[in-house]
Write a protein that binds this ligand. Structure first.
Ligand code: NAD
Length: 475
């Protein structure tokens, strides 16, 4: 049992103002795996005050020194990579080997990458008679989700610290133990007191207290569109800067000249990664009407090849969902798809056989003949549920791909690269994979439309945490 009963504030582990705790469940077994403090407004206030006190010193610290400390954090995480992967595999449910590569590997890489980005970044530029300088925004409140918990944290905390901002982190209460490991690493890395603070708790009151706090200059949020809207409303009261990374309903457009087998396999993998709990999941597969029967057969075959099971077991390809709430939500969407008349090609709402009792397991599911106005094609399910939508021609495919409130990601497949790129440019989304192009940690990441605004990763992510200032010079 993992028991955490302290918050990391002002460089010290201190007891929260109340003894209220939140239980955290093991996704693979459903059992309680530990407890964390449920912080109240008073705790958030203490953390923000510490961050404000630390700001003048940290913002004036030489970028080279800040880069050195970020490298220390990366090395500290690397030394604990196995522990991180195991913790996250249990909190979230991602199979262990993959969790090592993605859930632990990406944050290690991102902290090191921001040290590099910082060293290469120019903080001032001469424009006519002005000197344009970049300054940190100030105190940043970072609020993060559970699906890639430490990755989402790293994408905020690393660039914010690089920029010279100080941070109060409010991680997801569903998968919080990785954030405690990070705080220990921060502590050991030599960061000055108050530069990084950790408060755990529910969205209300802890998250909202951070958003409303007058001592916070910016909120960087990743999570649901629902919470993003609420945060925008609250932050508007004090005209805070807000960056939002929200949900998605991304289309994978398979053109008529694509390598169909590779495109279907790539789409199914892109949909089922982390049991479909990925904001960029390719949940709508658009195929030409003439290729529909073959695409449907290939997708069902691919789905059935995913071994569902214990995230710690070697053979598992698809772990459980993260929580009981997720399990109920995903099953109800699968039932809705059947009710609305989509064709169930694989999976279904019943629990998969042979999985550990009590865990949040769901069958990898494929729906065929989905219309884009069906609920399963419009709403973010956040589970391993693929919808295949037949289209008439290229124009129709682009129209369907864009017929969504979201605009986070997408994919296009064609033997003709120029054609694939042409279609990719017409998709209103922040990131479009062309013929299975690989993830790039230095490319901007973020959404159009209700998928949010602002960009993370690489230099684009650093700039989110900087203000411009113009010094008008005489002569
Ligand atoms: P969520 O919105 O329920 O919670 C996210 C975080 O916000 C948690 O820390 C939560 O405690 C906090 N929170 C909730 N309500 C709040 C409020 N009123 N004020 C302040 N804080 C509040 O989301 P989740 O269920 O943890 O994560 C899943 C969602 O995140 C999905 O919609 C997914 O698409 C999205 N997501 C987006 C990206 C991206 O980069 N675009 C990445 C990962 C996840």
């Amino acid at each position: 049992m993992l028991i955490r009963d302290k918050l990391f504030i002002d460089g010290r582990w201190s007891a929260p103002s109340s003894t209220q705790a939140i239980e955290v469940h093991n996704a693979g077994t459903g059992e309680v795996m530990g407890r964390i403090p449920a912080a109240a407004e008073k705790d958030v206030d203490a953390a923000v005050s510490a961050a404000r006190r630390a700001l003048p010193g940290w913002s004036q610290t030489a970028p080279e020194r800040r880069a050195e400390l970020l490298e220390n954090v990366s090395a500290g995480l690397k030394a604990r990579a196995d522990e991180l992967a195991r913790t996250i595999a249990q909190e979230v449910g991602m199979p262990l080997k993959m969790a090592g590569r993605i859930q632990a590997g990406l944050p290690i890489a991102n902290f090191a990458n921001y040290a590099r980005v910082l060293k290469e970044f120019s903080f001032e530029q001469k424009v006519g008679n002005s000197l344009v300088v970049r300054e940190p925004v100030g105190v940043v409140g970072a609020i993060t989700p559970w699906n890639y918990p430490l990755h989402q944290i790293a994408l905020k905390v690393a660039p914010a610290l690089a920029a010279g901002c100080t941070v109060v982190l409010k991680p997801s209460e569903v998968a919080p133990f990785n954030a405690f490991l990070l705080a220990e690493v921060m502590d050991a890395a030599g960061l000055p007191a108050g530069v990084f603070n950790l408060v755990t708790g529910h969205g209300v009151p802890a998250g909202e207290a951070l958003v409303k706090h007058p001592g916070v200059d910016m909120i960087s949020f990743t999570g649901s569109t629902r919470a993003g809207k609420r945060i925008s409303e609250l932050a508007a009261q004090s005209v805070k800067r807000v960056a939002l990374e929200l949900g998605g309903k991304s289309a994978s457009v398979i053109l008529d000249d694509a390598d169909l087998a590779a495109a279907v396999k790539g789409t199914v993998n892109g949909c089922y990664l982390n049991s479909g709990q990925t904001c960029t999941a390719l949940t709508r597969m658009l195929v030409p009407e003439s290729l529909y029967p073959e695409a449907a057969r290939l997708a069902a075959e691919s789905a059935k090849a995913f071994t569902v099971g214990d995230p710690l077991a070697e053979a598992t390809k698809l772990g459980p969902l993260t929580s009981q709430a997720q399990l109920e939500r995903v099953r109800s969407y699968i039932k809705k798809g059947i009710e609305e008349g989509a064709e169930l090609l694989a999976g279904g709402p019943d629990a998969p056989e042979g999985t550990p009792k009590g865990g949040y397991y769901v069958k990898p599911t494929v729906f065929g003949k989905v219309r884009n106005d069906m609920t399963i094609a419009q709403e973010e399910i956040f589970g391993p549920v693929l919808s295949i939508i037949p289209y008439k021609d290229e124009e129709d495919a682009v129209r369907i791909a864009n017929d969504t409130i979201y605009g986070l990601a997408g994919a296009v497949w064609s033997k003709d690269d120029a054609r694939a790129q042409r279609v990719a440019r017409r998709i209103r989304a922040g990131q479009v994979d062309v013929n299975g192009g690989a993830f790039n940690m230095n490319a901007p990441f973020g959404g159009f439309k209700q998928s949010g605004h602002g960009r993370e990763a690489g230099v684009y992510g650093l700039e989110e945490f900087l203000e411009y200032k113009s010094l008008q010079l005489k002569g």
